[in-house]
Ligand binder design. Sequence first.
Ligand SMILES: [Zn+2]
Length: 313
Amino acid sequence: MNSSESLQLCDLCGGSKFSIISHSDRHNRPLTTGVCEGCGLVSHLPVPGEDEVAAYYAEDYRKDYHGESVPSPRRIMRAWNNGARILNQLSPHIPAGTDIFEVGAGIGCTVKNFEVAGHQASGIEPNAGFNSYTRDTLHADVENTNLYDLEPGGDKSLLLLIHVIEHFSSPTRALTQIRGLLRNDGLLYIECPNIGAPFATFGRLFHFAHIYNFTPATLIALAKKCGYEVVKQFKADDHPDIEILFRKVDIPESFSADPQEAGRTRAAIHRYNWLSYNLRPNYLSRRLCKISRYASEYVKANAFVRELEARFK
Ligand SMILES: [Zn+2]
């Protein structure tokens, strides 16, 4: 294990001592990932700047979508069902008609789910690719804008950040900007992968687009530092996804990180090696279920999307 002092300061605790935990990404390309010894936050070393991230997405996006302007039926069906799941999960915690705003709204299916359920729902998405589909076919109120271009109006009631926080160059900056958008006691709902419960073998964990890798503890520590308290944590600490609802509160006068978290994070990441991961109980049957689910998805998606689009004509 390499330990190094770095000129980089940790986005969570401000520390400068990182241990390198990986030298390659999931495709075996060079990518240095480290854990901050002060707080356990896992990030790229060095963390790329906002411009570098934007350039990566522009390139990645071109490769992934080949200039396609209409998302595939399977992509739409999945996004729609995911939006329905989020609406269902949050509904007991928000009054009817609460306005919602999603940062990184993608195709706009989650925003549309909330709108159909009677909420005033809107969002922003930095990628322009599917925006005409979102606005003209789905008729979802999603603007092609960046988070940092928004005026901190202090009027939003519930803000959604679904698999987005791991992509920011500085999550502290992002949560601070978002706090300015929220009204006092406004809610922030975050979903992101949980590095504390590996969802892939160690060699497949890291990806350039995921600049930060959170555990529930590091995400909660970050939110507290930026002026939020936990309302509800929906998934256990060992679930592959973190799903937490926060409330805007005062920014604490002082913040201290838990230095034990670095050791806990390292232990969790190394819990599975390739063999024990693949030999987990039920792994094979779950894998087979997944494959048959993919096959039936292809068949269902076309009909599903035809029906969905007819609803919003
Ligand atoms: Zn730190």
